[in-house]
Design a protein around this ligand. Structure first.
Ligand code: TYM
Length: 332
C-alpha cells in the first residue's frame, strides 16, 4: 500500500482551488492507501496570525475537511503542530538546504514582492518544512495543485541530498499526484492567475459563504468586451470562467456556451448566471455540513486526537531512525 501525504495551510476558509487541487484527490486516496492529511498550522505562522485567528482558522479547516468527506477511520488527519517530531526533523534538514536554491523558489520570490515588510526566515525555509512534512511519513504520493510542483521537486532534492550525505537510501522520492492525471490549476475570478486567498476576497469562491455573496462575486468576475466575430479565441479571463465551469457544470451546458461564443452571440451575463447556479448547487450541501461540523466539538476533538496519535507514531519512528543515521548516539 502506498503512503500518501498532503497538507493545507489554515489561512482562511477553503476555496474551490483547494478542493479541486487537493481535497478531491484526498477523498479518492483515503479509500485506497495509507494517508496522512494535515492542517499546516506551523506553515501559516509565516503570515503572523494572532493566536485567536490561528485557532479559529484551524477550527474552520478541520471542520471543512470533515464536511468534505475526510474519514478519520480511513486516514490520519492531524494538525501539524500536534506532531513535534516535524519541527525537530525540520531543524536537521535545514542544515543541508542551501540559501541559493531556497531563494530561487517561486513562492519565496512571490512573497518577497507581495509582503516586502515581512520577509522572514520561515518563508525562505518553507520548502524545507514542506519536505519534512512529506518525508517524515515516507510519502510516495502527494496530492497537490499545480502551484506546489516546484516544492515537490525541492523535496526530492533534499531527500536525495540527505541520502547521498549519509550514504543511505533512507528517504524515497515522493511524486505529486492528481486524480485527473494532471496537476490542477483552478483560476481565480479576478483574472490574475490561480484562485488564491492572497489575491483577495473577490478572487475566491469559498465553500463556507452565503449564496448571495457567491453569486455577487461570480457576476463581478473579470471578463472581456465580448467577441466581435465568430470563431474568435477566448480571452484569458473568459477562459477562466469556462475552466471553472468544467469543474461544476454539465458537459451539455459547457458545450452550449461554447457554441454561443463560437457564433459570437454569447451574453456574459447569462454565462455568469448559469455558472453561479452550478457553483451554488455544488457548494451548498458541503456548506451545510461545514456549519454542522463547526459546532460538533466532539467530532472535531475525536478527529484531531486520532489523527495526532497515528501521525506521531509514524513521525517518531522516522525521527528515531534519522537520529541514528545522522550519528546522534547516547552516552547514557
Ligand atoms: P495551500 O494551503 O496554499 O493550498 C492547499 C492545497 O490546495 C491547492 N490549491 C490549488 N490547487 C489548484 N488551483 C488553485 N487555485 C489552488 N489553490 C490552492 C494547493 O496546491 C495545495 O495542494 N505548501 C502547501 C501546504 C503544505 C503541503 C505540505 C502540501 C505544507 N506542507 C506537504 C503537501 C505536502 C500550501 O501552501 O498549500
Amino acid at each position: 500500500m502506498a503512503r500518501v501525504v498532503s497538507g493545507i495551510r489554515p489561512t482562511g476558509k477553503l476555496h474551490l482551488g483547494n478542493y479541486f487541487g487537493a481535497v478531491k484527490s484526498f477523498l479518492k486516496m483515503q479509500e485506497e492507501h495509507e494517508c496522512f492529511f494535515f492542517i499546516a498550522d506551523i506553515h501559516s505562522l509565516t503570515t503572523h496570525p494572532t493566536p485567536q485567528d490561528l485557532h479559529n482558522n484551524v477550527h474552520q479547516v478541520l471542520a471543512e475537511h470533515l464536511a468534505m468527506g475526510i474519514d478519520v477511520d480511513k486516514c490520519a488527519m492531524f494538525i501539524q503542530s500536534d506532531v513535534p517530531a516535524i519541527s525537530e526533523l525540520y531543524t536537521y534538514m535545514n542544515m543541508n538546504a542551501y540559501i541559493g536554491e531556497l531563494e530561487r523558489s517561486v513562492t519565496y520570490k512571490e512573497k518577497k514582492n507581495s509582503q516586502p515588510k515581512n520577509i522572514n526566515a520561515g518563508l525562505l525555509t518553507y520548502p524545507v518544512l514542506m519536505a519534512v512534512d512529506i518525508l517524515v511519513h515516507h510519502g510516495d504520493f502527494v496530492p497537490v495543485g499545480k502551484d506546489q510542483q516546484q516544492h515537490l521537486e525541492m523535496t526530492r532534492t533534499f531527500a536525495n541530498r540527505f541520502n547521498h550525505m549519509y550514504g543511505t537510501d533512507y528517504f524515497k522520492e515522493p511524486q505529486a499526484y492528481s486524480n485527473t492525471g494532471e496537476l490542477v490549476k483552478v483560476p481565480g475570478l479576478t483574472g490574475q492567475g490561480k484562485m488564491s486567498k492572497s489575491s483577495g476576497d473577490a478572487d475566491t469562491i469559498v465553500f463556507d459563504e452565503e449564496e448571495s455573496v457567491i453569486r455577487k462575486k461570480i457576476m463581478r468576475a473579470k471578463t472581456d468586451a465580448g467577441p466581435t466575430e465568430p470563431g474568435q479565441k477566448k480571452s484569458e479571463e473568459l477562459q477562466n470562467l469556462f475552466d471553472i465551469m468544467e469543474l461544476v457544470s454539465d458537459a451539455s451546458t459547457i458545450a452550449h456556451f461554447d457554441d454561443l461564443h463560437q457564433n459570437a452571440t454569447i451574453r456574459y451575463g447569462d454565462l455568469k448566471k448559469q455558472l453561479a447556479d452550478d457553483v451554488v448547487n455544488f457548494v451548498a450541501p458541503i456548506r451545510e455540513r461545514i456549519v454542522h461540523f463547526k459546532n460538533d466539538k466532539e467530532a472535531l476533538a475525536k478527529a484531531a486526537k486520532i489523527g495526532a496519535e497515528k501521525a506521531n507514531e509514524s513521525a517518531v519512528k522516522t525521527l528515531k531512525e534519522v537520529r541514528e543515521i545522522i550519528g546522534f548516539k547516547k552516552f547514557y
